[in-house]
Design a protein around this ligand. Structure first.
Ligand SMILES: *[C@@H]1O[C@H](CO)[C@@H](O)[C@H](O)[C@H]1NC(C)=O
Ligand SMILES: *[C@@H]1O[C@H](CO)[C@@H](O)[C@H](O)[C@H]1NC(C)=O
Ligand SMILES: *[C@@H]1O[C@H](CO)[C@@H](O)[C@H](O)[C@H]1NC(C)=O
Ligand SMILES: *[C@@H]1O[C@H](CO)[C@@H](O)[C@H](O)[C@H]1NC(C)=O
Ligand SMILES: *[C@@H]1O[C@H](CO)[C@@H](O)[C@H](O)[C@H]1NC(C)=O
Ligand SMILES: *[C@@H]1O[C@H](CO)[C@@H](O)[C@H](O)[C@H]1NC(C)=O
Ligand SMILES: *[C@@H]1O[C@H](CO)[C@@H](O)[C@H](O)[C@H]1NC(C)=O
Ligand SMILES: *[C@@H]1O[C@H](CO)[C@@H](O)[C@H](O)[C@H]1NC(C)=O
Length: 903
């Protein structure tokens, strides 16, 4: 509204023409290829484009311009492909801006080959420039601002020459302008076709006559050209009904025709499309003319009346036209028109989801190369290595890059249908792809992958799986047979052996197996190679550490036979080495002792487990490496039994890790290990059973429907979980990084006390003074510390990030990644941060509204936001998080007490 001017201020503007001083707030005038700043004859300040673009070459050339010659700088993009973008800052501008670009060729390169290219603004391809047709060429766009920066790009057309540009201008427009009549066409930009100052023939008018610096072209050269009267009667108009605020000087002139005559503007349009037309009328005559307005022969307004001293406008949207005839037919007095504007309506395609964009940017970092992945991945043209369907990234091809591992960020690319990672130096297990439910083709060939992992079975849409030329060993998992749509499975040239699962033996599926040790559907042909390396009953070696009673025992499970031994030995060596380094104790006594005496954890036989779980009848959850079943021990105690699925038997190290760690850890906020079973092919852990279920059940599961957790309860749960983490980070020896903190790993007992579980992915920090460990990235999409997956350096701060996400979930009552709603809200962290930073609590879970003390919420929100800082060094440590949460909880309790609640 501040930009709207009254007649008086407009006269002042005219006055400023003389004085040469006017408000240019928000004007940005860029001289492309220019070297310094200068002020032009309108007193507008121009700057060089260095700051706004880094690609392209610059040059300066002379060309005759009327009587004088002018020296024009320009920027061109030789042999360019992809996007060449200026990033225009529009942060402090109004919601609507005018962007004007001028393109000059004038044979600057002496080749006499004027180029043609397209121009885009943000995601929209807005125009095609063909300098063979007109040189110089000017384009003007009206753009609704929604971000801080507006990318303005030149996109080369193959074999059509180097894109070239000489100037770019940004001007704020009055709020609310250019919207009337377009209400039902959201997300559109306007490209100027015509802006005519009717009845005026002496040159174009712009700033400072028009404070918004629109260029009003003279009314000549339009067919049919009719002599029109020009009026210089200065009248004051009430412009308050015109959001566009056309300059009064423009409204002073008009084409006026005699009574009963017809006035037509015949305006050719360069492309078929939808057009937006504004006709301005001002009562500059002492009569009130009345007439019909026709567009392409159709009456749009009959007996339209202009009142003396009043300005008005007609707004029209015409669909699917290539030519425009604006006709005014006399009915009464003198029909007239004072100014008109015609714009092509340009669609602004939606952006890709912010989750996808941030995941891709992390992946770009991972490649170690500058792929020039900037702005939107899909529009105006897709990034290299990517294919899109609409605004969804449907295909990603990173073959031949040196990726080394499939980072968890791949799991955030939820729309992917095709993923090609062949020849990318991948090794180890296939992982982090489980969330890609739309994936149809997965190419992981020509890598060093050694294990199938458990993610493949989740890829329900998979049609083609190419694993040829890897180092896959062991047997082919049965679960691949569950992929119903699979029609090509290429396992050629691996180290697989044994019988192929019968579930893969179907007509619709082509399984290629050549080049393996021995792989077939027949049990007979591979008789000499045992499909399951046999495992004898485990032996245990216990190492006694004499100095530290707390670390009395270190346990090594040894098993005879198969590759398992090697894995065990390897993990044993690492394990011992690590422990020795830390405590500097030499282990002297070695003895094989019965496992049953080991620490507090009990050893179960497989038979006992089977009986306790009633043959694995009731599944109560899925952990990081298998399903969890409800069990009842012979003494009646309920337990949660976690059974490892992975039949390739790898990952024994994490089993040992978990058993060893859990057997040592006793804390009221950490789930306690009751015992374990390690018999033949089984890795089973037995935990205490927590009847309250997980925090995620309470926030999102069926429980959440019945009753919603109060703010006080949520804070209590947060405090409990923080205590558990605090013990892992600071209280336990060795220090432990959880690595998979998330709501489904926070369990509740019958009294709603929270305990942290699932240390299957835990890592010990080997030395007290070590700051990080370098590891293969593991964790859950949505909770992963972005710094961890770009650096692969694991610190306690990675847990803090994940815990910060948990806190945000408690506050907002939504999951960290969601694929519904608007793209901006897909990623909880990105979405919630600005709101909470601004203290805008409208995003707090609806069920909490009106029940929380604001200061308590503020404290919790602040610590959550600090915990998810991208820069790990700026995140608080767990002790600080715990202290803040306790305070927030205390505040909420006093608040409830003051209301007379019990708490
Ligand atoms: C553009 O600039 C690059 C490096 O500045 C130079 O190598 C190249 O020759 C230039 N191209 C033209 C056509 O001037
Ligand atoms: C934008 O506005 C902020 C405060 O509103 C101010 O600090 C900043 O300098 C402005 N930037 C420009 C380019 O005007
Ligand atoms: C540009 O215009 C010229 C002359 O009209 C035409 O020959 C050429 O094909 C156009 N270029 C493109 C890329 O359309
Ligand atoms: C227009 O864009 C906004 C975000 O910029 C989006 O929320 C909205 O859904 C879009 N509307 C349509 C009709 O596409
Ligand atoms: C046209 O404009 C020029 C200055 O731009 C001025 O000198 C001249 O008098 C004008 N002619 C008429 C007919 O107004
Ligand atoms: C201008 O017109 C509006 C209605 O269109 C009216 O409310 C306002 O009072 C008028 N202003 C003047 C100064 O006449
Ligand atoms: C516009 O008018 C011209 C002549 O005045 C006519 O030839 C043409 O067909 C008209 N176009 C439309 C779309 O009505
Ligand atoms: C694999 O990628 C490397 C570059 O990382 C390349 O040099 C090599 O030729 C590629 N191998 C195959 C078989 O494509």
């Amino acid at each position: 509204m501040a930009l709207r001017c009254s007649w008086f201020s407009l006269t002042l503007f005219c006055g400023c023409l003389v004085v040469g001083f006017c408000d240019q707030a928000g004007f940005l005038s860029i001289s492309c290829g220019g070297t310094g700043s200068f002020v032009d004859s309108y007193n507008i300040q121009w700057v060089s484009d260095d700051e706004y673009i880094s690609s392209g070459n610059t040059t300066r050339f002379e060309y005759p311009d009327g009587t004088s010659s002018s020296s024009v700088p320009l920027r061109f993009f030789p042999e360019s492909q992809g996007r060449n973008c200026f990033r225009l800052p529009v942060k402090n501008l109004s919601a609507l801006v005018l962007v004007r670009a001028q393109f000059v060729y004038k044979n600057y390169d002496g080749l006499e080959k004027p180029p043609a290219f397209t121009v885009s603004l943000a995601t929209a391809v807005t125009a095609m420039v063909n300098l063979s047709i007109k040189d110089p060429w000017t384009e003007e766009f009206i753009w609704p601002v929604s971000k801080d920066t507006l990318p303005f790009c030149l996109l080369a057309i193959p074999h059509a020459g180097s894109p070239v540009i000489s100037s770019l201008e940004v001007r704020p427009l009055p709020q609310g302008a250019y919207q009337t009549g377009l209400e039902d066409l959201p997300n559109k930009s306007l490209r100027k076709s015509y802006r005519i100052n009717s009845g005026y023939t002496n040159g174009s008018l712009q700033y400072p006559v028009d404070p918004f610096d629109r260029i009003w072209d003279p009314d000549q050269g339009y067919i049919p050209f009719r002599v029109s009267s020009q009026f210089d009667i200065l009248l004051s108009f009430n412009l308050s009904s015109l959001w566009e605020i056309p300059p009064v000087a423009v409204l002073q002139t008009a084409r006026v025709v005699a009574r009963k005559d017809v006035l037509t503007y015949n305006l050719p349009l360069d492309t078929l499309g939808d057009y937006y037309i504004i006709l301005y009328f001002a009562g500059i005559l002492p009569v009130s003319p009345s007439f019909d307005v026709l567009i392409n022969g159709d009456v749009k307004e009959s007996e339209y009346t202009i009142t003396t001293s009043e300005a008005s406008a007609l707004y029209l949207a015409e669909k699917g036209i290539t030519n425009l005839n604006i006709t005014i037919k006399s009915t009464k007095f003198y029909p007239q028109i004072n100014a008109l504007e015609v714009y092509k309506i340009v669609d602004i395609p939606p952006e890709a989801s912010s989750t996808t964009v941030s995941a891709l940017q992390v992946i770009e970092q991972f490649t170690g190369l500058d792929l020039r992945w900037q702005d939107d991945p899909c529009s105006p043209i897709p990034w290299d290595h990517i294919k899109c369907e609409g605004n969804q990234v449907a295909s990603l091809d990173l073959s031949d890059f040196n990726l080394r591992l499939i980072s968890p960020t791949f799991g955030d690319l939820l729309d992917l249908k095709i993923l090609d990672l062949h020849n990318t130096s991948l090794s180890g297990e296939i992982q982090n792809l489980g969330s890609l439910q739309h994936l149809e083709k997965l190419n992981l060939s020509f890598n060093q992958l050694s294990s199938f992992g458990s993610d493949l079975e989740e890829l329900v849409s998979l049609q083609v799986l190419d694993l040829q030329n890897n180092k896959l060993q062991g047997i082919v998992p049965d679960s691949l047979g569950e992929l119903e749509n699979l029609h090509l499975l290429n396992l050629e040239n691996n180290k697989l052996q044994g019988t192929l699962p019968q579930s893969l033996n179907r007509e619709s599926l082509d399984v290629r197996t050549s080049g393996n040790l021995c792989l077939s559907f027949s049990t007979m042909s591979c008789n000499n190679v045992s499909s399951y390396p046999s495992i004898e009953a485990p032996q245990v070696t216990i190492l006694t550490n004499r100095k530290h009673s707390r670390h009395r025992l270190a346990v090594i499970l040894g098993a005879a036979g198969g590759a398992l031994v090697a894995v065990f030995v390897a993990s044993l060596v690492v394990f011992l080495y690590v422990r020795k380094r830390r405590s500097e104790v030499t282990y002297t006594m070695r003895a094989a002792i019965d496992m049953r005496n080991w620490n507090t954890a009990r050893v179960f036989s497989y038979k006992e487990i089977k009986a306790a779980t009633n043959s694995f009848k009731e599944v109560i959850g899925r952990g990081s490496f298998g399903s969890v079943y409800l069990g009842k021990l012979s003494d009646g105690k309920l337990v949660a039994v976690k059974v490892r699925f992975d039949k390739s038997q790898l990952g024994a190290d994490s089993f040992i890790n978990e058993v060893y760690l859990l057997s040592q850890i006793r804390h009221q906020n950490l789930v306690c290990l009751e015992g374990f079973c390690h018999e033949s092919k089984q890795h089973i852990l037995v935990y205490e059973y927590l009847p309250g279920g997980s925090l995620s059940d309470h926030l999102y599961g069926p429980n959440s429907q019945k009753f919603s957790l109060s703010w006080g309860r949520r804070l209590k749960i947060a405090v409990d979980a923080a205590k558990g983490l605090d013990y892992l980070h600071n209280g336990s020896q060795p220090r432990i990084i959880h690595r998979d903190v998330k709501c489904s790993n926070i369990l509740l007992d019958g009294q709603m006390n929270a305990k942290v579980c699932d240390f299957g992915l835990s890592k010990q920090v080997p030395q007290a003074d070590a700051t990080h460990i370098t590891t293969v990235v593991k964790g859950t999409a949505g909770y992963l510390d972005p710094e961890y997956y770009s650096t692969q350096q694991l610190t306690e701060k990675s847990d803090i990030y994940s815990f910060g996400v948990v806190l945000l979930e408690l506050i907002c009552g939504r999951e960290p990644l969601s694929h519904s709603g608007t793209p901006d809200s897909f990623n909880l962290v990105l979405w919630a941060k600005p709101y909470l930073q601004a203290g805008a609590f409208e995003i707090v879970d609806d069920s909490l509204k009106g029940t929380f003390e604001v200061e308590s919420m503020r404290k919790a929100a602040q610590i959550a936001i600090r915990s998810v800082e991208r820069d790990a060094s700026r995140r608080p440590n767990i002790a600080e998080v715990l202290a803040e949460l306790k305070e927030a909880y205390g505040i909420q309790l006093s608040y409830l007490a003051s209301l007379g609640h019990s708490g």
